[in-house]
Design a protein around this ligand. Structure first.
Ligand SMILES: Cc1ncc(COP(=O)(O)O)c(C=O)c1O
Length: 291
């Protein structure tokens, strides 16, 4: 697998960064993950816009390689030379404030950001999707800027680990009695034919799959209300699902070992699963292959 690091292409196993990199020392950086189908990036401009937002909030100058005119050719080469132009893949991009002697404040000498990109083959969890997945709940112990796709993911790591240890796909994070989102996906519920999800603010990542699902739902005439779901409302949901770049639309049929409705994917979720897959394939010029 090929990687891109600070202007060079090299085998990923040879890509190294300084131990003084502020990403390593402080988690001082942001990342982004794109879906690629048949070598085409899905929703590329929205991922770039979110990365630009995060970099702006951290006051890291936008590296040239991340302008959309440069990123496309870099991604093409990474996917092409890694043999990932057929089928499913992901593109990972990380930018940190760069390497400098350790001080909490920003380095005083101008420091070039570290820019790392790589690609991975990917297999959507379609068998689980057909059955529906389980989730647990866990306290949302994250900071107050969850809108920034920071590389500091310790609460997310611990939440996901807790889920895996319980045989669940993800942990729904609870802040002030409300579900914010999963460890790497947004959460939506359906009550009386209406989709409900946490509002777009500093407490969640504004998911790109979430936005696409909003657009698909609008096209299908399914109302979406951005009102958070309370923890004690989970058991009353008619349907529930997660959305994310590597999650697509994933039905959640059990939470903390209690079934959602009858414990199978509901009709609105099932419709969104199908429509999302069709949208992804159409956007990436793919034949309707999986699911
Ligand atoms: C915390 C969190 N929420 C939501 C999402 C889903 O966002 P997207 O649909 O853009 O992948 C992610 C994706 O990685 C995430 O890390």
């Amino acid at each position: 697998v090929l990687a891109y690091l600070n202007g060079s292409f090299l085998p990923r196993s040879s890509a190294t960064v300084s131990v003084e990199d502020r990403g390593f020392i402080f988690g001082d950086g942001v990342y982004e993950v794109w879906r690629a189908v048949n070598g085409r990036l899905f929703q590329s401009d929205r991922h770039i816009a979110r990365l630009v937002h995060g970099l702006g909030e951290l006051r890291i100058a936008l590296p040239d390689s991340l302008h959309s005119s440069r990123l496309g050719p870099i991604a093409d080469r990474l996917l092409g030379e890694s043999g990932l132009t057929d089928g499913e893949a992901t593109l990972y991009v990380e930018v940190t404030r760069g390497a400098a002697p350790r001080t909490h404040q920003f380095p005083t000498n101008p420091t070039a950001p570290t820019v790392y990109m790589t690609v991975n083959s990917f297999k959507p969890a379609d068998e689980l999707r057909a059955r529906g997945a389980a989730a647990i709940t866990t306290p949302d112990i994250r900071w107050m800027r969850c809108d920034i796709k920071s590389i500091q993911l310790l609460p997310n790591v611990l939440a996901k680990q807790a889920a895996v240890e319980k045989g669940a796909i993800d942990a729904l994070m609870i802040r002030n009695g409300m579900v914010t989102e999963g460890s790497h996906a947004n959460f939506m519920g359906v009550i009386d034919g209406v989709i409900r999800t946490h509002p777009t603010n500093h407490l969640i990542l504004p998911g790109i799959t979430r936005t696409v699902v909003f657009e698909i739902a609008a096209g299908l005439g399914i109302p979406v209300v951005d009102e958070a779901i309370a923890e004690d409302e989970i058991e009353d949901l008619d349907e529930a699902f997660l959305t994310g770049t590597t999650t697509d639309v994933m039905p959640i049929v059990r939470v903390n070992d209690r079934p959602i409705s009858n414990g199978t994917p509901g009709p609105i979720t099932t419709r969104l699963v199908t429509e999302f897959r069709a949208y992804l394939d159409a956007a990436c010029g793919a034949a309707h292959a999986t699911s």
